[in-house]
Design a protein around this ligand. Structure first.
Ligand SMILES: *Cc1c(COP(=O)(O)O)cnc(C)c1O
Length: 399
């Protein structure tokens, strides 16, 4: 007898398993990448049924854009992870964010956006939202500060917890209460939590957006986004816009994401353990002024992290007593950390955070020219090798 697994780790491992062929009673383990540009039906009745399901807003593929079994399996993974009713796939994390904005906002609406969000969200505002007559205010994501920015036409609160550069933990339950009180839809970018170590929909958010490019894929070889919701009305609105805008992802990318997500639990635990070890190492370095990693006990968001998260990941930022030239030398000298913007893959990455990006960040107190902030993604390499690499880079920075 098949038993229903109760643990998400088991669910993830058994997602995207191929069905038996009725004739041979055999099957491969993994569902193949079901590439198709269209869907063919055995008869008119089958097509009619699919059309009827689609018009009720259910998942039914009548054409290639919706994708078939590979896509459906990945959507189920996102639903299982986030505790959502439906998941809508997008070709990148940023396009998933765009989908949420365009599905949930109308001309004349105003949206409050947390000031710690992923930088390119501000570009969406400058280029598209303004042109459509959607007003945006950036604000520190705390009820008091948000209250002061409320307008009669405010419809949505868009946040990212923890924040994109310094990993500030936001109080999602408190923000959810605020949003409910003022009739706002609360949307959270949950790329950091990947639906695995942080569950915004359980904590009161209405919509969760994830860049699957990061930890879901986990191998730095695909672009992917997803938008998740529980409430039937929100699901309907996202579904309509998703369809109208022609969002579609390749079956091969869905397949890669399914392959990646089976090891998400293992990878996340190892990234988190490695990052904590690097935090302890950095905390003991004379150059370190402040560490930003919510699972590290000294982090200002540690209590919130303990209350709301089930784990952590490999992301951290560190403020160093290095001027810009020294910090550039430090980053350039790292051998095992590649210089690059992304994160969530198996490998370590680093990025020198630009002061202009920090300037718009409400949580940042400018420390002056003799300080720099470096963001590190701690990969799955042996931590002692990463520490040796950091050691030699600190030495090079001082020369
Ligand atoms: C990378 C990232 C995105 C965008 O994802 P892409 O797939 O690169 O478009 C969105 N939000 C956060 C927090 C990210 O780190």
């Amino acid at each position: 007898m098949a038993s229903t697994p109760s643990h998400i780790d088991t669910l993830l491992l058994h997602s995207g398993i191929a069905e038996f062929n009725p004739k041979t009673q055999s099957a491969p383990v993994a569902l193949p990448s079901m590439r198709t540009s269209t869907v063919r039906f055995a008869n008119m009745q089958a097509l009619d049924q699919a059309i009827a399901e689609k018009s009720r807003g259910e998942r039914a593929a009548t054409y290639g854009r919706a994708g078939m079994d590979t896509h459906a399996a990945l959507e189920q993974v996102f639903c299982d992870l986030e505790g959502a009713q439906r998941a809508f796939l997008a070709p990148s994390g940023l396009s998933a964010i765009t989908l949420a904005f365009l599905a949930l906002l109308n001309t004349g609406d105003h949206v409050l956006v947390a000031d710690c969000v992923y930088g390119p969200v501000r570009y969406l505002d400058k280029t598209v939202l303004g042109r459509l007559g959607i007003e945006v205010s950036y604000c520190r994501a705390e009820p008091q500060a948000l209250e002061a920015q409320l307008r009669l036409n405010t419809r949505m609160l868009y946040i990212e917890s923890p924040g994109s550069l310094l990993f500030e933990m936001l109080d999602i339950p408190a923000l959810s209460e605020f949003a409910r009180k003022h009739g706002l839809v609360l949307v959270d970018d949950n790329t950091w939590g990947a639906g695995y170590v942080y569950k915004p929909l359980h904590l009161g958010a209405d919509v969760s957006v994830v860049a699957g490019t990061k930890y879901i894929g986990g191998h730095s070889d695909l672009m992917l986004g997803a938008v998740m919701a529980k409430d039937p009305d929100l699901v309907r609105r996202i579904n309509e816009t998703h369809y109208a805008m022609g969002y579609s992802i390749s079956a091969d990318d869905a397949w890669l994401a399914l392959r990646g997500v089976r090891t998400l639990p293992l990878r996340m635990r190892q990234h988190a353990a490695n990052a904590l070890e690097i935090c302890r190492y950095l905390a003991a370095r004379p150059e370190t002024l402040r560490l930003f990693h919510p699972a590290f006990p000294d982090d200002s968001g540690h209590a919130l992290w303990k209350r709301d998260c089930q784990g952590s990941n490999g992301m951290l930022a560190v403020e160093l007593a290095l001027n810009e030239a020294q910090a550039r030398r430090f980053v350039d000298s790292l051998q095992l950390f590649s210089i690059g913007y992304s994160w969530g893959g198996f490998e370590s990455l680093t990025q020198l955070v630009e002061p202009s990006a920090l300037a718009v960040h409400g949580y940042w107190q400018d420390g002056g020219a003799d300080r720099s902030v470096v963001r590190l993604h701690i990969g799955l390499e042996a931590p002692q090798d990463l520490m040796a690499d950091l050691d030699q880079a600190f030495q090079a920075a001082r020369q």
